[in-house]
Design a protein around this ligand. Structure first.
Ligand SMILES: Cc1ncc(COP(=O)(O)O)c(C=O)c1O
Length: 353
């Protein structure tokens, strides 16, 4: 599959969210059996939710519009106003979800330093858990992100997640996983995704990233948790009607798109190997489908000029802050596209050498 614009093939590495539904997804969407999902009548949504719950090893699941909505609904369900959530200072939920939990739920964030591998130190979590004291908000929830988008797409291990889960349980807290890319983590670690999420009380994963669906995420947990989450989804306006049209694509994501994620990881490594060999560019560690790199200190070109020059060569990626870039591989990018992207980068960097 390839993006074609004005007859030209585009290599779009800005994010795995740029993926478009596959022909099989479009077909499934076209012929999806639907009903009013707020009444629980949509058989396709019901099927997706049952499949997702089974896949995650949880009792129940809820189809939501986005990863942001999945995380927000999870936080609103675990916490009351004035409760505190412990999460990473680089967590997507802390940085990139418009402060929804605070804005809508009155939930107080307690950001702890994310280690370069996306973890939070257990000792930091221990210290952050509040004692019962009239001055303090009440700690209620710990959130992890797996894979960790801002920390090189690193997968968090089963052992680490278990350790956080045990700590949470021992202190009467809940554990939520933002598993936007949990299948990338399971693929990279060669483990069943169930093992990765077993210690968590809730997990949301995205269908619309590496799994290629046009819209949607699924929140999973106990039956009781999902019953409450359904109310909170309604509160944030996420009760959709004939949503089976969307869920149909999500079913293809779960059945057809998971096993191919390993290819994205191979392509990301190929990209990084190539980048490491280009004078003026410095590759950062790559673990899954997210590749960060930066300009060497002596490069004079601006980030925006680099991005613009690549765009002129039909290659898209993101500038993410001072002298740093992100490229994400996905099902619309193949090995040949990686070579095209590397060729374009070589050409641009050659000009400034
Ligand atoms: C780790 C992580 N969590 C949550 C989200 C939010 O997903 P959405 O864009 O579907 O709201 C993203 C999106 O990129 C993400 O990377």
């Amino acid at each position: 599959m390839a993006f074609i614009k004005d007859g030209k093939r585009i290599v779009d590495l800005r994010s795995d969210t740029v993926t478009q539904p596959t022909p099989e997804m479009r077909e499934a969407m076209f012929s999806a059996e639907v009903g009013d999902d707020v009444f629980g009548d949509d058989p396709t949504v019901n099927r997706l939710e049952a499949m997702a719950a089974e896949r995650m090893g949880k009792e129940a699941a809820l189809f939501v519009a986005s990863g942001t909505m999945g995380n927000l609904v999870a936080l609103l369900t675990h916490c009351q106003r004035g409760h505190e959530v412990i999460l990473g200072d680089l967590a997507h939920t802390f940085i990139n979800e418009a402060g929804g939990a605070a804005a809508l739920g009155g939930i107080h964030p307690r950001p702890l330093k994310n280690q370069p591998d996306g973890t939070l130190l257990l000792s930091d979590i221990e210290v952050a858990i509040r004692a019962e004291n009239v001055h303090y908000p009440r700690t209620r929830l710990i959130c992890l992100e797996n894979t960790h988008n801002s920390c090189f797409g690193t997968p968090l291990s089963v052992e680490y997640t278990q350790a956080v889960g045990e700590l949470a349980r021992s202190r009467g807290l809940k554990l939520h996983i933002d598993g936007a890319r949990i299948f990338n983590a399971a693929t990279a670690l060669c483990v069943d995704v169930r093992e990765l999420v077993a210690p968590a009380d809730s997990i949301q994963f995205c269908l619309s990233k590496g799994l290629g669906a046009p819209v949607g995420s699924v929140l999973c947990g106990t039956r009781e948790f999902i019953y409450e989450a359904r109310r909170n989804r309604k509160i944030v306006g996420g009760g959709m009607r004939q949503a089976g049209v969307l869920a149909a694509a999500g079913i293809i994501s779960l059945t057809k798109m998971v096993d191919r994620l390993a290819d994205d990881h191979i392509n990301a490594r190929q990209l990084m190997h190539g980048i490491a060999a280009i004078p003026g560019l410095v590759a950062e560690p790559v673990h899954t489908n997210i590749a960060y790199f930066r300009f060497a200190p002596d490069v004079k070109m601006s980030e925006s000029e680099f991005v613009k020059q690549l765009e002129q060569r039909s290659v898209r990626l993101l500038s993410l802050g001072p002298r740093r870039f992100r490229a994400v591989t996905h099902c619309w990018v193949d090995t040949n596209d990686i070579e095209v992207a590397l060729g374009a980068m070589r050409e641009v960097m050659h000009q400034v050498a």
